[in-house]
Design a protein around this ligand. Structure first.
Ligand SMILES: NC(=O)c1ccc[n+]([C@@H]2O[C@H](COP(=O)([O-])OP(=O)(O)OC[C@H]3O[C@@H](n4cnc5c(N)ncnc54)[C@H](OP(=O)(O)O)[C@@H]3O)[C@@H](O)[C@H]2O)c1
Length: 335
């Protein structure tokens, strides 16, 4: 035994050092944790797609911090299940499920009307729900699925409840995009991919639209105190790949997933930071990754395209042309 120990010392130390380095790299790959301990007591937050993945983890943390959390989901059974888990884990009973199906403008309008009636203010709106690379489906309104679910319905919802965000001490709008926005192009001549559908192109377009939305919205909200930012959560272990990941993919990629893909709780950190931190109260129109504002891809910084997209989005959602905010008469006109 005494002979073996000195011989094992080197391989064991090397193995321990390698493991340490791997864990450090993994931690780096998985991004920053929210550095702010700020509370959400007295604050109301709406999170779309809060029953799963990044949205659910965001809802959990904001509940833990004492917020009034409205989980805006399309499937009430899944929402209730997630709500029960949240209440049990956080002890916060001020968490609520509300129905919204982003594939239907009518559903978005009904949801917005309920919020406008029940809430005196909304402190944080997190436009998180999304779908990735689905087949060429059409929504109830005749639009390409990803463009409406990921972007257009969030555009509509945000505008319809904007007065509630303005009524907050300092309202915050957070749009969830993706690195895929960098491959995106807004196809003004074929926005719904009628001529040619490519699921990657359509996802990228929808995620670029969200970056441009934050840019234009932040300009329009200047002087109101309400901020609009975009987050990129990182590549994360969630259900978002459900339309594309084959069984073979899952088996082959699984061993690498532990190392490279983020846990949803980690991916949620930047959105949580933008929701709670006092130091970002005046940061607007920015693109965030790992709790730091970075430059989006060049096409995400194009103010001309952002304006053109805004005008098109007004037409497609049926909002009034001069809509920069939502007053009661405009809302009644559009509902
Ligand atoms: N995971 C990643 O690697 C990654 C990377 C970059 C960006 N993102 C973005 O992060 C956001 C959250 O996605 P995730 O990764 O957490 O995926 P997820 O687990 O699939 O969560 C997506 C959420 O969106 C909801 N949703 C889908 N269609 C909806 C509709 N028509 N109406 C209302 N809600 C709908 C889903 O509800 P159901 O459960 O009912 O389907 C679910 O709650 C998405 O915007 C995604 O594009 C994710």
């Amino acid at each position: 035994m005494a002979d073996i120990l000195p011989r094992l010392w080197f391989p064991l130390s090397a193995a321990a050092a390698t493991t340490g380095i791997i864990l450090l790299i993994r931690d780096y790959v998985h991004g920053e944790r929210c550095p702010s301990k700020a509370t959400m007591e007295g604050k109301t937050v709406i999170i779309t797609g809060a029953n799963s993945g990044i949205g659910k983890e965001t809802a959990k943390e904001l509940s833990k911090r004492g917020g009034r959390v409205i989980m805006a989901c399309r499937n009430m059974d899944k929402c209730k299940e997630a709500l029960d888990e949240l209440v049990q884990e956080t002890g916060n009973k001020n968490v609520h499920c509300q129905h919204v199906d982003l594939a239907s403008f009518e559903s978005v309008r009904k949801f917005a009307n309920r919020i406008n009636k029940s809430e005196s203010k909304v402190d944080v709106l997190i436009n998180n729900a999304g779908v990735m690379r689905c087949p060429h489906w059409k929504t109830a309104d005749g639009n390409e699925w990803q463009f409406q679910v990921n972007y257009l319905s969030h555009f509509l919802l945000t505008n319809l409840i904007l007065d509630k965000l303005k009524a907050a001490e300092q309202g915050r709008i957070i749009n969830t995009s993706s690195i895929a926005h960098g491959h995106g192009k807004i196809k003004f001549d074929d926005i719904n991919s009628k001529d040619k559908y490519d699921d990657v192109e359509a996802y990228s377009q929808s995620k670029l639209a969200l970056v441009l939305f934050s840019l234009e919205l932040s300009n329009r909200l200047e002087g109101t105190g309400v901020t609009a930012n975009t987050v990129y959560p990182g590549v994360t272990k969630t259900n978002i790949g459900q339309h594309k990941l084959s069984k073979v993919d899952s088996v082959v990629t699984k061993p690498f997933m532990w190392f490279t893909l983020r846990e949803p709780a980690r991916a949620a950190q930047t959105g949580i930071y933008l929701s709670v931190a006092p130091e970002v109260a005046d940061k607007t129109g920015k693109y965030w990754k790992d709790t730091v504002a970075i430059r989006p891809a060049p096409q995400g910084n194009n103010e001309e395209v952002a304006k053109k997209l805004w005008d098109l989005s007004l037409k497609m959602t049926g909002l009034p042309e001069d809509m920069t905010s939502n007053d009661q008469s405009k809302e009644e006109k559009t509902s």
